[in-house]
Design a binder for this molecule. Structure first.
Ligand SMILES: Cc1ncc(COP(=O)(O)O)c(C=O)c1O
Length: 397
């Protein structure tokens, strides 16, 4: 019966066991490091099925487990494992799939720290080989496969330029070669894109973005089959120890109740803003997969059922004074990193890239000073449009 219910309904109700807790509509937070047992026999029995018993909170914590089950339901996976950050989830997935000397295929424009994890950690410490591809051409991925390729790591839409990969086609090729596939699905959320149903093995999210949605937690999740998630649980989760905190899990559960409502607003407002910016004479280009003018619009509509609120655009000017005037004049779009929360944000990727990269490397990245990334929040869209319009007017003033 419960399986026939819609996802919105499933997000509102918790396991029957919580109905025993004084009928509390918010499940209790088990803020416990350990759990006790009545006898030698009882604790011995718990150790026989360590994954499914609460013994110590670096393994299974009941509050965290409840939220893991909800996220797995949302994504259509068997199981999920929550981590203390999105990067902990990304590194657990990569470390799980790779051994020393293996080869990974990934994209040139995945999230920066995921690239750094490969270049500055996996390559020097584990002798991993990497091939970076554009991701938009399935043949390019097929050609990159080597005898030691063990993982194809995707991010669709990707960071900064939001380019897509054809998930089902890539999953099919990977399966033929017995290669694992993982995707960072943070942008689309499990509501708007279901990579597991398209054949991808592991789905990863930074829950610090839309899943958390209120800019008050940092966490991450990996979703997949019972076999894969149980294996990640006993190795990368328990041994590397980047565990999810029960209080954070409870905040995440609160957020999941409203995910579909929030995403509907993010999507509607972002579409309005993307269309407004595309038609504005001071904007050179807008990168937003929801636009009909987006180069991969057809693929976007095929494999996603909706679009979130993060986009980038390029100002027509390259005059630093004009760019900074626009950036600093916004009132509702707050200046800050991250995205996916209730509040609208603006960030210029050049700010950190110029600090982190050499001038030559920065030049190669093709990022211009006038490239802006905005996260469209839950404010009234007319107020957001007015804020952008006012700031744009000051460019030529
Ligand atoms: C696409 C993407 N993946 C992963 C992460 C990492 O998540 P966290 O900051 O929760 O570690 C981020 C953070 O901005 C991100 O944008």
């Amino acid at each position: 019966m419960a399986n026939k219910r819609h996802i919105e309904t499933l997000m509102m109700h918790d396991n029957d066991q919580y109905q025993d807790q004084f009928g509390a509509v918010v499940p209790p937070i088990y803020q416990n490091s350990l759990f006790t047992f009545s006898s030698w026999e009882a604790i011995e029995k718990a150790f026989e099925d360590k994954i499914n018993n609460s013994i110590y909170s670096r393994g299974k914590n009941p509050t965290v487990a409840l939220v893991e089950q909800k996220i797995a339901t949302l994504a259509g996976g068997d199981k999920s494992k929550l981590f203390s950050s999105g990067m902990a989830a990304v590194s657990a997935a990569m470390l799980h799939c790779l051994s020393a000397g293996d080869h990974i295929i990934t994209l040139k424009n995945i999230y920066g720290p995921s690239i750094s994890l490969i270049n500055d950690f996996l390559i020097p410490k584990m002798n991993i080989e990497v091939t970076y591809v554009s991701g938009s051409d399935v043949d390019e991925i097929a050609k990159a496969i080597k005898a030691n390729t063990r993982l194809i790591y995707l991010e669709s839409p990707s960071s900064v330029i939001f380019s897509l990969q054809n998930l089902s086609a890539i999953a099919e090729i990977a399966k033929k070669h017995n290669i694992a596939t993982a995707i960072d699905n943070t942008w689309a959320t499990p509501l708007f894109q279901k990579p597991l149903a398209l054949g991808i093995d592991l789905e990863i999210h930074s829950c610090s973005k839309y899943l958390g949605g209120h800019s008050d937690i940092v966490s991450g999740v990996v979703i997949g089959s019972n076999k894969l998630i149980d294996a990640i649980h006993v190795r990368e989760y328990e041994l590397l120890g980047a565990k999810m905190a029960p209080v954070e899990a409870s905040l995440l559960l609160r957020s999941l109740r409203t995910l579909d409502l929030r995403m509907a607003r993010h999507q509607k407002s972002a579409m309005c803003i993307a269309e407004y910016l595309s038609a504005h004479p001071l904007i050179e280009e807008v990168n937003y997969p929801g636009l009909s003018s987006f180069p991969q619009a057809e693929l976007a509509r095929q494999q996603m059922s909706g679009f979130s609120g993060l986009m980038s655009f390029r100002l027509k000017t390259d005059n630093p004074k004009e760019i900074k005037t626009f950036f600093n004049s916004l009132e509702l779009f707050k200046i800050g990193v991250s995205w996916g929360g209730h509040e609208s944000l603006i960030y210029a990727p050049a700010i950190s890239c110029m600090k982190e990269q050499s001038p030559e490397q920065f030049e190669k990245m093709g990022i211009s000073l006038g490239d802006m990334r905005i996260s469209v929040g839950l404010e009234n869209v007319d107020d957001l449009l007015a804020d952008l319009s006012n700031a744009l007017k000051l460019i030529n003033a």
